[in-house]
Write a protein that binds this ligand. Structure first.
Ligand code: ZN
Length: 148
């Protein structure tokens, strides 16, 4: 993961933007990006606010789930594979309709509150970039809004 920072003001709101680059290595893979998002929050200096995490891709997603047992990621990927099989009847010419459907099911964004300068995640929660059509180089936008 590598990050680029941008800071600017939008209609009175101070917004810190960070672009995180993620390289996936599998066709389906969850990548823990919590450290990169936490770094963006630290760099912003925001004490109380909101952190919006957005994936600008149609065959990837972002979710929050358990960080203790890697089998949870595996089980979620297997569950999505059962729910959305790679059906030859799909019409989309690229042949990756299952990845598009998984992206829509999981979603392109998450919002986490920032309290006392830190992401207010639960003890066992991590933020995962979800690859469904890898391997690829991907982007994640992190938008930090100051509420003070
Ligand atoms: Zn496609």
């Amino acid at each position: 993961m590598t990050g680029l920072f941008f800071t600017f003001q939008e209609k009175g709101l101070i917004v810190e933007k960070m672009l995180l680059k993620v390289n996936s290595e599998e066709s389906s893979q969850f990548i823990d990006i919590t450290a990169g998002v936490s770094e963006a929050v630290r760099e912003s200096g925001v004490i109380n606010g909101l952190c919006h995490i957005f994936v600008p891709h149609t065959t990837a997603a972002v979710t929050i789930n358990e960080n203790a047992d890697p089998n949870v990621e595996y089980d979620i990927i297997q569950t999505l594979n059962r729910l959305v099989p790679n059906d030859p009847a799909y019409r989309h010419m690229e042949g990756n309709s299952d990845a598009h459907a998984k992206s829509t099911l999981v979603g392109a964004s998450q919002i986490v509150a920032i309290n006392d300068g830190r992401l207010s995640l639960g003890t066992w929660q991590a933020i995962y970039f979800c690859e469904f059509d890898g391997p690829r180089t991907r982007k994640v936008w992190i938008n930090i809004i100051n509420a003070d």
